[in-house]
Design a protein around this ligand. Sequence first.
Ligand code: NDP
Length: 309
Amino acid sequence: MINVLFAAKTERWNTYETPLRTAFAEQDLEVDLRTEFPPEDVDYIVYAPNGDLHDFTPFTRCKAVLNLWAGVEDVVGNQTLSQPLARMVDYGLTQGMVEWVTGHTLRHHLGMDQHILGQDGEWRSFVPPLAEDRRVTILGLGTLGLACAKALIGLGFPVTGWSRTAKDIEGITCLNGPDGLREAVSTADVLILLLPNTAATENTVDSQALADMPEGAFIINPGRGPLIDDDALLMALDSGHIAHATLDVFRIEPLPADHPYWSHPRVTVTPHIASETRPSSASRVIAENIRRGQSGEPFLHLVDRGAGY
Ligand code: NDP
Protein backbone atom coordinates (compact mmCIF):
# COMPACT_ATOMS: atom_id res chain seq x y z
CA MET A 1 0.00 0.00 0.00
CA ILE A 2 1.27 3.47 -0.94
CA ASN A 3 0.35 6.20 1.54
CA VAL A 4 -0.46 9.49 -0.19
CA LEU A 5 -1.19 12.57 1.89
CA PHE A 6 -3.36 15.22 0.24
CA ALA A 7 -2.13 18.48 1.80
CA ALA A 8 -4.22 21.35 0.47
CA LYS A 9 -7.32 23.28 1.39
CA THR A 10 -10.50 21.29 2.06
CA GLU A 11 -12.25 22.56 -1.06
CA ARG A 12 -9.40 21.17 -3.13
CA TRP A 13 -9.89 17.76 -1.51
CA ASN A 14 -13.51 17.88 -2.58
CA THR A 15 -12.39 18.57 -6.14
CA TYR A 16 -9.46 16.20 -6.33
CA GLU A 17 -10.41 13.14 -4.28
CA THR A 18 -12.38 11.34 -7.00
CA PRO A 19 -10.08 12.20 -9.95
CA LEU A 20 -7.04 11.13 -7.93
CA ARG A 21 -8.61 7.80 -6.94
CA THR A 22 -9.58 7.23 -10.58
CA ALA A 23 -6.06 8.04 -11.81
CA PHE A 24 -4.44 5.74 -9.22
CA ALA A 25 -6.78 2.90 -10.27
CA GLU A 26 -5.90 3.49 -13.94
CA GLN A 27 -2.22 3.00 -13.03
CA ASP A 28 -3.00 -0.08 -10.88
CA LEU A 29 -1.54 1.73 -7.88
CA GLU A 30 -2.75 0.54 -4.50
CA VAL A 31 -3.00 3.86 -2.74
CA ASP A 32 -4.29 4.86 0.66
CA LEU A 33 -5.21 8.50 -0.05
CA ARG A 34 -6.04 10.66 2.95
CA THR A 35 -5.87 14.19 4.27
CA GLU A 36 -4.21 13.01 7.51
CA PHE A 37 -1.50 10.48 8.27
CA PRO A 38 1.21 10.13 10.87
CA PRO A 39 3.98 12.00 8.98
CA GLU A 40 6.47 9.13 9.23
CA ASP A 41 4.03 6.87 7.29
CA VAL A 42 3.67 9.13 4.25
CA ASP A 43 5.16 8.02 0.91
CA TYR A 44 4.09 10.98 -1.24
CA ILE A 45 2.56 14.38 -0.58
CA VAL A 46 0.16 15.96 -3.05
CA TYR A 47 0.68 19.58 -2.17
CA ALA A 48 -0.73 23.06 -2.54
CA PRO A 49 1.08 25.75 -0.53
CA ASN A 50 -2.06 27.48 0.69
CA GLY A 51 -2.89 24.61 3.08
CA ASP A 52 -1.62 23.97 6.61
CA LEU A 53 1.53 21.97 5.85
CA HIS A 54 4.69 24.05 6.05
CA ASP A 55 7.15 21.76 7.89
CA PHE A 56 8.32 18.77 5.84
CA THR A 57 10.86 17.60 8.43
CA PRO A 58 8.72 14.84 10.01
CA PHE A 59 7.97 13.21 6.63
CA THR A 60 11.03 11.00 6.86
CA ARG A 61 10.09 8.37 4.27
CA CYS A 62 8.34 10.68 1.81
CA LYS A 63 9.76 10.09 -1.69
CA ALA A 64 8.43 13.25 -3.33
CA VAL A 65 6.28 16.33 -2.86
CA LEU A 66 4.00 16.69 -5.89
CA ASN A 67 2.87 20.29 -6.30
CA LEU A 68 -0.62 20.85 -7.67
CA TRP A 69 0.35 24.17 -9.27
CA ALA A 70 2.83 25.10 -11.99
CA GLY A 71 4.28 27.94 -9.90
CA VAL A 72 6.37 26.81 -6.93
CA GLU A 73 7.51 30.15 -5.47
CA ASP A 74 5.67 29.52 -2.19
CA VAL A 75 7.38 26.19 -1.48
CA VAL A 76 10.69 26.13 -3.36
CA GLY A 77 12.51 28.12 -0.66
CA ASN A 78 11.11 26.07 2.24
CA GLN A 79 14.22 25.10 4.24
CA THR A 80 12.51 22.04 5.74
CA LEU A 81 11.95 20.54 2.30
CA SER A 82 14.57 17.87 1.65
CA GLN A 83 12.36 15.70 -0.55
CA PRO A 84 12.31 16.05 -4.36
CA LEU A 85 9.74 18.65 -5.47
CA ALA A 86 7.79 18.23 -8.71
CA ARG A 87 5.75 21.05 -10.19
CA MET A 88 2.56 20.64 -12.20
CA VAL A 89 2.71 20.27 -15.94
CA ASP A 90 -0.82 19.44 -16.98
CA TYR A 91 -2.42 19.21 -20.40
CA GLY A 92 -5.52 21.07 -19.18
CA LEU A 93 -3.47 23.84 -17.56
CA THR A 94 -1.45 24.34 -20.73
CA GLN A 95 -4.46 24.32 -23.02
CA GLY A 96 -6.29 26.79 -20.78
CA MET A 97 -3.31 29.15 -20.87
CA VAL A 98 -3.03 28.90 -24.65
CA GLU A 99 -6.71 29.83 -24.99
CA TRP A 100 -6.49 32.75 -22.52
CA VAL A 101 -3.30 34.18 -24.04
CA THR A 102 -4.52 33.74 -27.60
CA GLY A 103 -7.85 35.37 -26.79
CA HIS A 104 -6.34 38.41 -25.12
CA THR A 105 -3.71 38.78 -27.83
CA LEU A 106 -6.41 38.74 -30.52
CA ARG A 107 -8.51 41.23 -28.54
CA HIS A 108 -5.69 43.77 -28.64
CA HIS A 109 -4.50 42.85 -32.11
CA LEU A 110 -7.96 43.23 -33.65
CA GLY A 111 -8.80 46.34 -31.61
CA MET A 112 -12.01 44.68 -30.42
CA ASP A 113 -12.49 47.23 -27.62
CA GLN A 114 -13.02 50.00 -30.15
CA HIS A 115 -16.12 48.24 -31.41
CA ILE A 116 -17.37 46.72 -28.15
CA LEU A 117 -17.04 49.96 -26.19
CA GLY A 118 -17.61 52.41 -29.03
CA GLN A 119 -21.16 51.68 -30.26
CA ASP A 120 -22.15 55.32 -30.46
CA GLY A 121 -23.70 55.57 -33.91
CA GLU A 122 -20.52 56.68 -35.62
CA TRP A 123 -19.31 54.47 -38.50
CA ARG A 124 -15.57 54.32 -37.87
CA SER A 125 -13.48 52.41 -40.34
CA PHE A 126 -10.74 50.69 -38.44
CA VAL A 127 -8.96 47.83 -40.19
CA PRO A 128 -6.43 45.98 -38.05
CA PRO A 129 -3.15 44.83 -39.56
CA LEU A 130 -2.63 41.18 -40.33
CA ALA A 131 -1.06 39.06 -37.62
CA GLU A 132 2.11 38.82 -39.67
CA ASP A 133 2.58 42.56 -39.10
CA ARG A 134 2.16 42.40 -35.31
CA ARG A 135 5.24 41.23 -33.44
CA VAL A 136 4.69 39.18 -30.29
CA THR A 137 7.34 38.56 -27.66
CA ILE A 138 6.93 35.94 -24.96
CA LEU A 139 9.16 36.18 -21.89
CA GLY A 140 9.50 32.56 -20.76
CA LEU A 141 9.75 29.72 -23.24
CA GLY A 142 8.89 26.87 -20.89
CA THR A 143 5.86 24.62 -20.97
CA LEU A 144 3.33 27.43 -21.14
CA GLY A 145 5.34 30.03 -23.06
CA LEU A 146 6.26 27.57 -25.78
CA ALA A 147 2.70 26.28 -26.14
CA CYS A 148 1.42 29.85 -26.47
CA ALA A 149 4.19 30.66 -28.94
CA LYS A 150 3.18 27.75 -31.17
CA ALA A 151 -0.49 28.75 -31.10
CA LEU A 152 0.32 32.36 -31.98
CA ILE A 153 2.69 31.30 -34.75
CA GLY A 154 -0.15 29.17 -36.08
CA LEU A 155 -2.25 32.35 -36.32
CA GLY A 156 0.50 34.10 -38.27
CA PHE A 157 2.19 36.24 -35.60
CA PRO A 158 5.99 36.53 -35.73
CA VAL A 159 7.09 35.35 -32.28
CA THR A 160 10.22 36.14 -30.30
CA GLY A 161 10.91 34.27 -27.06
CA TRP A 162 13.24 34.99 -24.17
CA SER A 163 14.46 32.40 -21.68
CA ARG A 164 17.20 31.87 -19.10
CA THR A 165 19.13 29.35 -21.16
CA ALA A 166 19.88 29.65 -24.87
CA LYS A 167 17.43 27.86 -27.17
CA ASP A 168 17.07 27.05 -30.84
CA ILE A 169 13.41 26.50 -31.70
CA GLU A 170 12.21 26.45 -35.29
CA GLY A 171 9.94 29.37 -36.10
CA ILE A 172 10.79 31.39 -32.97
CA THR A 173 13.44 34.07 -32.62
CA CYS A 174 15.05 32.80 -29.42
CA LEU A 175 16.90 35.20 -27.14
CA ASN A 176 18.40 35.01 -23.69
CA GLY A 177 20.46 37.11 -21.30
CA PRO A 178 20.26 40.88 -20.60
CA ASP A 179 21.01 41.94 -24.20
CA GLY A 180 18.48 39.42 -25.39
CA LEU A 181 15.87 40.95 -23.09
CA ARG A 182 16.49 44.38 -24.52
CA GLU A 183 16.04 43.09 -28.06
CA ALA A 184 13.02 41.01 -27.04
CA VAL A 185 11.11 43.93 -25.52
CA SER A 186 12.15 46.44 -28.18
CA THR A 187 10.41 44.34 -30.83
CA ALA A 188 7.33 43.55 -28.73
CA ASP A 189 4.12 45.00 -30.13
CA VAL A 190 2.53 42.53 -27.73
CA LEU A 191 4.53 41.40 -24.70
CA ILE A 192 3.39 38.24 -22.92
CA LEU A 193 4.89 37.33 -19.55
CA LEU A 194 5.16 33.63 -18.74
CA LEU A 195 8.17 33.64 -16.44
CA PRO A 196 8.18 32.05 -12.98
CA ASN A 197 8.41 34.23 -9.89
CA THR A 198 12.03 33.98 -8.75
CA ALA A 199 14.58 36.40 -7.34
CA ALA A 200 16.05 36.73 -10.84
CA THR A 201 12.76 37.52 -12.59
CA GLU A 202 11.43 40.21 -10.23
CA ASN A 203 10.86 43.51 -12.06
CA THR A 204 11.93 42.06 -15.40
CA VAL A 205 9.52 44.59 -16.87
CA ASP A 206 10.93 47.74 -15.26
CA SER A 207 11.03 51.34 -16.42
CA GLN A 208 13.92 50.61 -18.80
CA ALA A 209 12.20 47.62 -20.40
CA LEU A 210 9.00 49.63 -20.75
CA ALA A 211 10.86 52.54 -22.34
CA ASP A 212 12.47 50.11 -24.77
CA MET A 213 9.09 48.79 -25.91
CA PRO A 214 7.51 50.21 -29.08
CA GLU A 215 5.07 53.11 -28.67
CA GLY A 216 1.52 51.82 -28.27
CA ALA A 217 2.50 48.27 -27.30
CA PHE A 218 0.33 45.90 -25.27
CA ILE A 219 1.32 43.87 -22.21
CA ILE A 220 -0.34 40.64 -21.17
CA ASN A 221 0.74 39.17 -17.83
CA PRO A 222 -0.52 35.74 -16.83
CA GLY A 223 2.89 34.91 -15.23
CA ARG A 224 3.24 36.46 -11.78
CA GLY A 225 2.72 39.95 -10.36
CA PRO A 226 6.31 40.65 -9.28
CA LEU A 227 7.54 40.33 -12.88
CA ILE A 228 6.38 43.93 -13.38
CA ASP A 229 7.39 47.14 -11.64
CA ASP A 230 3.84 48.37 -11.03
CA ASP A 231 4.72 52.05 -10.59
CA ALA A 232 6.72 52.07 -13.81
CA LEU A 233 3.89 50.36 -15.67
CA LEU A 234 1.32 52.84 -14.38
CA MET A 235 3.52 55.71 -15.58
CA ALA A 236 3.92 54.11 -19.00
CA LEU A 237 0.15 53.58 -19.21
CA ASP A 238 -0.59 57.15 -18.09
CA SER A 239 1.64 58.51 -20.82
CA GLY A 240 0.07 56.21 -23.41
CA HIS A 241 3.45 54.68 -24.27
CA ILE A 242 1.89 51.37 -23.31
CA ALA A 243 -1.57 51.20 -24.88
CA HIS A 244 -3.04 48.58 -22.57
CA ALA A 245 -2.07 46.00 -19.96
CA THR A 246 -4.11 42.88 -19.36
CA LEU A 247 -3.09 41.60 -15.96
CA ASP A 248 -4.13 38.30 -14.39
CA VAL A 249 -1.63 38.17 -11.53
CA PHE A 250 -0.55 40.69 -8.90
CA ARG A 251 1.88 41.18 -6.05
CA ILE A 252 -1.07 41.07 -3.64
CA GLU A 253 -4.00 38.79 -4.48
CA PRO A 254 -6.87 39.42 -4.40
CA LEU A 255 -5.88 42.78 -5.88
CA PRO A 256 -6.91 45.37 -3.23
CA ALA A 257 -10.10 47.23 -4.12
CA ASP A 258 -8.32 50.60 -4.05
CA HIS A 259 -5.45 49.55 -6.31
CA PRO A 260 -5.08 51.95 -9.29
CA TYR A 261 -5.16 49.05 -11.72
CA TRP A 262 -8.88 48.51 -11.08
CA SER A 263 -9.89 51.93 -12.35
CA HIS A 264 -7.20 52.56 -14.94
CA PRO A 265 -8.77 52.93 -18.39
CA ARG A 266 -5.84 51.17 -20.02
CA VAL A 267 -5.82 48.15 -17.68
CA THR A 268 -7.87 44.97 -17.73
CA VAL A 269 -7.79 43.02 -14.47
CA THR A 270 -8.64 39.34 -14.48
CA PRO A 271 -8.63 37.55 -11.10
CA HIS A 272 -5.85 34.97 -11.55
CA ILE A 273 -7.98 32.82 -13.82
CA ALA A 274 -5.75 32.65 -16.89
CA SER A 275 -5.52 28.92 -16.37
CA GLU A 276 -6.29 26.39 -13.68
CA THR A 277 -4.86 22.99 -13.01
CA ARG A 278 -7.60 20.65 -14.27
CA PRO A 279 -8.30 17.90 -11.72
CA SER A 280 -8.75 14.97 -14.11
CA SER A 281 -5.66 15.52 -16.24
CA ALA A 282 -3.57 16.77 -13.30
CA SER A 283 -4.47 13.67 -11.28
CA ARG A 284 -3.10 11.51 -14.08
CA VAL A 285 0.17 13.46 -13.89
CA ILE A 286 0.33 12.86 -10.12
CA ALA A 287 -0.41 9.14 -10.59
CA GLU A 288 2.26 8.84 -13.27
CA ASN A 289 4.84 10.41 -10.99
CA ILE A 290 3.92 8.04 -8.14
CA ARG A 291 4.16 5.10 -10.53
CA ARG A 292 7.62 6.34 -11.50
CA GLY A 293 8.66 6.73 -7.89
CA GLN A 294 7.52 3.21 -7.10
CA SER A 295 9.37 1.67 -10.02
CA GLY A 296 12.57 3.65 -9.48
CA GLU A 297 12.19 5.78 -12.62
CA PRO A 298 13.07 9.49 -12.53
CA PHE A 299 10.23 11.83 -11.54
CA LEU A 300 8.74 14.11 -14.16
CA HIS A 301 8.85 17.91 -13.87
CA LEU A 302 11.32 18.16 -11.00
CA VAL A 303 12.00 21.67 -9.75
CA ASP A 304 15.55 23.03 -9.86
CA ARG A 305 15.73 24.33 -6.30
CA GLY A 306 18.76 26.49 -7.10
CA ALA A 307 17.09 28.21 -10.05
CA GLY A 308 13.83 28.47 -8.10
CA TYR A 309 11.50 26.97 -10.72
P1 NDP B 1 8.49 26.60 -16.96
O1 NDP B 1 9.34 26.34 -15.78
O2 NDP B 1 8.19 25.47 -17.88
O3 NDP B 1 9.11 27.77 -17.85
C1 NDP B 1 9.66 28.91 -17.30
C2 NDP B 1 10.35 29.69 -18.38
O4 NDP B 1 10.88 30.89 -17.82
C3 NDP B 1 11.53 28.93 -19.00
O5 NDP B 1 11.61 29.18 -20.38
C4 NDP B 1 12.72 29.56 -18.27
O6 NDP B 1 13.94 29.52 -19.00
C5 NDP B 1 12.25 30.97 -18.13
N1 NDP B 1 13.00 31.66 -17.07
C6 NDP B 1 13.09 31.33 -15.77
N2 NDP B 1 13.90 32.18 -15.12
C7 NDP B 1 14.34 33.06 -16.03
C8 NDP B 1 15.23 34.17 -16.00
N3 NDP B 1 15.83 34.54 -14.87
N4 NDP B 1 15.47 34.85 -17.14
C9 NDP B 1 14.89 34.46 -18.31
N5 NDP B 1 14.04 33.42 -18.42
C10 NDP B 1 13.77 32.73 -17.29
O7 NDP B 1 7.14 27.23 -16.40
P2 NDP B 1 5.68 27.18 -17.04
O8 NDP B 1 5.78 27.60 -18.46
O9 NDP B 1 5.01 25.91 -16.73
O10 NDP B 1 4.95 28.31 -16.17
C11 NDP B 1 5.41 29.64 -16.17
C12 NDP B 1 4.72 30.44 -15.07
O11 NDP B 1 3.35 30.66 -15.43
C13 NDP B 1 4.60 29.72 -13.72
O12 NDP B 1 5.81 29.76 -13.01
C14 NDP B 1 3.51 30.51 -13.06
O13 NDP B 1 4.09 31.63 -12.40
C15 NDP B 1 2.67 31.01 -14.23
N6 NDP B 1 1.33 30.41 -14.26
C16 NDP B 1 0.23 31.24 -14.16
C17 NDP B 1 -1.05 30.71 -14.19
C18 NDP B 1 -2.24 31.60 -14.15
O14 NDP B 1 -3.37 31.13 -14.09
N7 NDP B 1 -2.06 32.91 -14.18
C19 NDP B 1 -1.29 29.27 -14.32
C20 NDP B 1 -0.07 28.49 -14.41
C21 NDP B 1 1.18 29.06 -14.38
P3 NDP B 1 14.64 28.13 -19.40
O15 NDP B 1 13.76 27.54 -20.49
O16 NDP B 1 15.97 28.54 -19.89
O17 NDP B 1 14.67 27.28 -18.17
